[in-house]
Write a protein that binds this ligand. Structure first.
Ligand code: DGL
Length: 260
């Protein structure tokens, strides 16, 4: 069973892709809504919290971990891998490379939380591609909160999205990397606010990596196995149930969890 987590509902954009690509794999998904958003927290705090969550997922029977959160990947993946050698831990990768390769204008944007944008991992990756393309970094302030509130198309969300893209005004950016797993849920608004760009969601590539890792660790479920899904939330769970029904078109029980 795959243990997947995010600060909240964002990682469901990865869960959705995983259920599509690997329909035989069972998943337990933990939304750490009590601690959401992770973006403004320190790396040390996110690292400690991620370790606590992974401990809990392993106790539930998870045999691999997917960090369906760019912020937690950037703050905690390296430490988690050191802490659990041999455990497949797959994190999010900002899709700068595919965006740089696809760009015709030579200008791309990376939209992510402030914690991810200031992280060493992203800065290193960006430094590598800076020679080839111009990269504008855009903090998606308020995006996570709007998605958590289930407001995927309210006037306030539209305004929040417009504000964030002001940094691109007058530019010819033609690719926007979605560097936070909450953001694919705002794709229609992003496309409306900046129609000239293609949005790059790394979920598909991440799921292909999950498959490779499961296969190389002999953890892949046989075809024909019926997947089971569990959803857990460390805070208010009814909103999450509604979100899953409305956005993923699925009826699911969300289990409340108190994780100290
Ligand atoms: N989904 C998380 C990410 O990918 C959101 C982080 C947050 O809670 O601020 O970065």
């Amino acid at each position: 069973m795959i243990g997947m987590f995010d600060s909240g509902l964002g990682g469901l954009s990865v869960w959705r892709e995983l259920a599509r690509q690997l329909p035989h794999e069972s998943v337990i998904y933990l939304a750490d809504r009590a601690w959401c958003p992770y973006g403004p927290r320190s790396h040390a705090e996110i690292e400690a919290r991620s370790t606590r969550i992974v401990e809990w997922l392993l106790a539930q029977g998870a045999t691999s971990i997917v960090i369906a959160c760019n912020t937690a990947t950037s703050a905690a993946a390296a430490q988690l891998r050191r802490h659990y050698p041999g455990l497949p831990i797959i994190g999010m990768e900002p899709a700068i490379k595919p965006a740089a390769l696809a760009s015709r204008s030579g200008h791309i944007a990376v939209l992510a939380t402030r914690a991810t944008l200031s992280g060493e991992k992203l800065q290193r990756l960006a430094a590598h591609y800076h020679e080839h393309v111009q990269i504008t970094f855009l903090p998606g302030d308020g995006f996570v909160e709007q998605v958590e509130a289930g407001e995927l198309d309210s006037p306030k969300t539209r305004d929040t999205v417009k504000q964030a893209l002001l940094g691109l005004a007058g530019s010819n950016a033609d690719q926007i990397v979605l560097g936070c797993t909450h953001y694919p849920f705002l794709a229609p608004l992003l496309s409306c606010a900046w129609p000239q760009a293609e949005l790059i969601d790394p979920a598909g590539a991440v799921c292909r990596r999950i498959q490779q890792q499961l296969e190389s660790h002999h953890l892949a479920s046989p075809p024909g196995q019926v997947a089971s899904y569990r959803f857990v939330s460390t805070a208010e769970h009814e909103g999450m149930q509604d979100f899953i029904a409305r956005v993923l078109g699925m009826k699911a029980e969300v289990e409340p969890l108190q994780l100290a």
